[in-house]
Design a binder for this molecule. Structure first.
Ligand SMILES: *[C@@H]1O[C@H](CO)[C@@H](O)[C@H](O)[C@H]1NC(C)=O
Ligand SMILES: *[C@@H]1O[C@H](CO)[C@@H](O)[C@H](O)[C@H]1NC(C)=O
Length: 190
């Protein structure tokens, strides 16, 4: 899968160069838009800024059980005076992600960060009439690969049950590398 290939490539760079990776990642916008309101009965998405960190919280309350969850995710970055670049645009099996089936270390880390901040571990089928909450989750900047450029990022995820669209999520913000190291540019092929 393309997504996994990209993360695998990032991981390689990360392993070679992990000591230097330091970023401040801020989230400016976190929006969760229900599309099917018979399935998504109630939800919220909020950001809290403390120091250099953005904490995301929210809840999701479903009207019926949901299985076969698929996410269509795209990540784009933009830098001053350069065209927007799409890093990936891929489909992935969210039920597999929730079970932590992905072999990618990056996705496993991401999974670990995500489940740490939920009240119950979400697994497919997602249960109806259970208030799934996410409490002050944040990205561990240390899991990011080295040599990402200073940029704005735009993450869009569409959630589907098989082919039925349930909701969309949009997260955007800024990535600032700190302690920039001198060295060859553009190790990460965008
Ligand atoms: C925020 O990050 C900057 C580096 O970009 C650093 O100089 C500053 O001390 C940090 N502030 C806090 C509150 O951590
Ligand atoms: C679910 O939990 C959130 C956060 O605690 C709360 O704001 C919301 O009202 C709850 N929703 C339902 C339907 O219980």
């Amino acid at each position: 899968m393309k997504l996994l290939r990209i993360w695998a490539c990032f991981r390689l760079i990360f392993v070679l160069d992990c000591a230097q990776a330091e970023y401040v990642v801020s989230v400016d916008s976190f929006v969760f838009d229900p599309i099917d309101r018979e399935v998504v009965l109630s939800q919220s998405a909020t950001i809290e800024h403390v120091g250099n960190r953005s904490y995301l919280s929210g809840h999701l309350y479903l009207g019926r059980a949901v299985d076969n969850l698929i996410a269509l995710g795209s990540l784009e970055i933009s830098r001053p005076k350069l065209p927007r670049v799409r890093l990936f645009n891929s489909k992935f099996d969210l039920c597999g992600f929730l079970k932590n089936d992905y072999k990618s270390k990056f996705l496993q880390q991401f999974h670990y960060r995500f489940v740490t901040f939920t009240n119950v571990r979400p697994l497919c089928p997602l249960k109806p009439h259970l208030n799934y909450t996410l409490e002050r989750s944040y990205l561990d900047e240390r899991i990011l690969p080295e040599l990402l450029p200073e940029c704005s990022y735009f993450l869009n995820v569409e959630f589907l049950e098989k082919a039925k669209r349930l909701a969309e999520m949009h997260i955007s913000g800024q990535l600032h590398p700190v302690n920039k190291k001198k060295g060859p540019k553009n190790h990460v092929k965008l």
